[in-house]
Ligand binder design. Structure first.
Ligand code: FE2
Length: 288
């Protein structure tokens, strides 16, 4: 007897016609059953960005959920580790008096990027939990990198088909955004790496553009020519109708797929508004 697809064990509400879905009816404080996680993972591959409505997700639960996706990254910038969990990375502008410090904790997050592209094994899923959110600003923007590739014309596709870009955390963090440079030990632990400019998503088999703010130059091209090409493609990649801007409610959890999405945080007034998130990035694979 023919049977249709299994009903999903949660609700799915699309956030745009193209990208993103809100998932209802999943209690993240509970360990998820294998069938629920399988269905969630299918939704993750299909919608690229999943939003879970406000609920308590303690640090240990966030790490446990991340581990369902794969091996969790311990970030080299250990000054950001949170709550005794080296797997968590906290971005906060709240000082020890509980007041906004006026200092944005990581200006690199304001530029379009994909998490962990500066290492050989790049980011797969990122899970962010919003602890404190400003009244205005601080939204997270997402754009679709499948669509970014598909909308390039044939000449662009031919031009970049075999190019590789060198991604470098010290470049994006220090030289572009003026944050403290990596320590010598951090720099040695994470030397620049090269990745294809066009990668194939290992699970969907679809091609996507893979650049973002950590990409510094193109292998085999003069430095400035490579810089210009990266800047141009990073701009061409963002199409309003293939993007989603998320306005946070506190205690939401968002999961996205770094292999086929770029993201950035919108600015906010760090002198009057608080914003605290904790982030957990799951490692993926060597892009190919
Ligand atoms: Fe990020």
């Amino acid at each position: 007897m023919a049977s249709g697809p299994e009903p999903r064990p949660f609700s799915v509400q699309r956030l745009t016609a193209h990208l993103g879905a809100e998932i209802g009816g999943v209690e993240l404080t509970q360990e998820l059953g294998d069938d629920v996680f399988r269905a969630l993972h299918q939704a993750f591959l299909r919608y690229q960005v999943l939003v879970f409505p406000p609920q308590d997700v303690p640090p240990a639960r966030q790490v446990a959920l991340a581990r369902r996706f794969g091996e969790v990254q311990v970030h080299v910038m250990n000054q950001y580790h949170a709550d005794g969990y080296p797997e968590l990375y906290r971005l906060s502008n709240i000082d020890e008096r509980g007041k906004p410090s006026g200092r944005h904790p990581d200006k690199g997050t304001l530029a379009w990027h994909t998490d962990g592209s500066w290492q050989r094994i790049t980011g797969q899923a990122t899970l962010i939990y919003g602890e404190v959110m400003p009244e205005s600003g601080g939204e997270t923007h997402f754009c679709d990198m499948y669509g970014a590739y598909e909308r390039l014309d044939a000449a662009w596709k031919t031009r970049i088909a075999n190019l590789r870009a060198v991604h470098n955390l010290d470049f994006s963090r220090n030289r572009r955004h003026g944050e403290d440079p990596l320590t010598e030990a951090q720099r040695l632990a994470k030397p620049p790496v090269d990745h294809p400019v066009v990668r194939t998503h290992p699970q969907t088999g679809r091609k996507c553009l893979f650049l973002g703010d950590h990409a510094e130059y193109i292998v085999g091209l003069p430095y400035e020519e490579g810089r210009s090409l990266i800047e141009e493609l990073n701009t061409l990649a963002v199409h309003p109708d293939l993007s989603y801007e998320h306005r946070w409610r506190t205690r939401e959890l968002i999961v996205w797929d770094n292999r086929c999405v770029m993201h950035r945080a919108a600015p906010y007034d760090a002198t009057t508004q608080g914003r605290v998130i904790r982030r957990c990035t799951v490692l993926g694979e060597v892009p190919a």
